[in-house]
Design a protein around this ligand. Structure first.
Ligand code: CP
Length: 301
């Protein structure tokens, strides 16, 4: 695994190796504290981030590597002077041992990987993908449900612009007997392209019109924020809010995930419910990203 660009690239075996390694690292972090000794990782973020950037950066530090970071590349890098993404990557690749990049272009990670001579990790690319988010989502599901096959997963919110949804669908294409229940406002419905991916990978797609259409024993409810910043038109407000009353219609074993940040699609009255996993999910991201960095650098040897 030189580059991490899309969930398309992972085999079921790759995923198992990453998740198993994440479990090993979190059980014995001291064993890995010098694993990236002498390595420099550059985080290039052209869009805002709390979790992805900080968990990657903490992962590098916990593995004994060093960091160079552009937190706000859109305004603080030479892209404001008209430098192309390709030229930025041509320069940075000569300074560092790996690049973790978030960008507003859907194809930014592929473009960077074509130029870079060091590994490129996609930390979110426009409306395209967010593969490392899906790794931590699936890792959380594996820890909480004990399996990644035979799952009913409800996907909610902004299914058209939400890159975490797109990557999640691709990643679960590696697993069997997955039923996706999609609930969103009509203007945010899942694009046909992703419905096809669900069906071509042998999984099932069900379009829902209300919470009542989602099975009561659904394993995962995965909500997402409306990506207002990605669109010129007004996408309106979320209509399908998970609150205490809604969650209580579902099984005691249904878990609620969200990549965060949330706006108002998950009410704070469920935060202390044992089924609310979104903060645990965010914390799992650090262990998964540590495992991923170990794999990427292992490949480099
Ligand atoms: N889930 C996620 O990508 O969060 P950030 O935008 O804070 O990185």
């Amino acid at each position: 695994m030189k580059n991490v660009i899309s969930c398309d690239q992972f085999t079921k075996e790759d995923l198992k190796e990453i998740f198993d390694l994440a479990d090993v690292v979190r059980a014995n972090p001291e064993k890995y504290m010098n694993a990236l000794n002498g390595k420099v990782v550059t985080t290039l973020f052209f869009e805002p981030s709390t979790r992805t950037r900080l968990s990657f950066e903490t992962a590098v530090v916990r593995l004994g590597g060093r960091l160079v970071s552009t937190e706000n590349g859109k305004t603080n890098s030479s892209s404001t002077k008209g430098e192309t993404l390709e030229d930025t990557i041509r320069v940075v690749t000569g300074y560092t041992d790996a690049i973790v990049m978030r960008h507003s272009f859907n194809d930014a990670a592929e473009r960077a990987a074509k130029i870079a001579t060091v590994p490129v990790i996609n930390a979110g690319s426009g409306k395209g993908e967010h593969p490392t988010q899906s790794l931590l989502d699936a890792y959380t599901i594996r820890r909480e449900k004990g399996r990644l096959d035979n799952l009913k997963i409800a996907i909610l919110g902004d299914l058209i612009n939400g890159r975490t949804i797109h990557s999640l669908i691709k990643l679960f294409g590696r697993y069997e007997n997955i039923e996706f229940y999609a609930l969103s406002k009509e203007n945010l419905a899942l694009p046909e392209k992703y419905v096809k991916i669900i069906e071509e990978t042998g999984n099932k797609y069900f379009k829902c019109n209300s919470f009542e259409d989602i099975p009561k024993d659904v394993d995962v409810m995965y909500h997402t924020r409306i990506q207002a910043e990605r669109c010129d038109e007004d996408l309106g407000k979320e209509e399908f809010i998970i609150n205490k009353k809604v969650l209580n219609q579902f099984s005691e074993d249904t878990i609620v995930l969200h990549p965060l940040p949330r706006v108002d699609e998950i009410a704070t009255d469920i935060d202390n419910d044992k089924r609310a996993m979104f903060f645990k999910q965010a914390h799992n991201g650090m262990w998964v990203r540590m495992a991923l960095l170990l794999k990427v650098f292992e490949e480099e040897k």
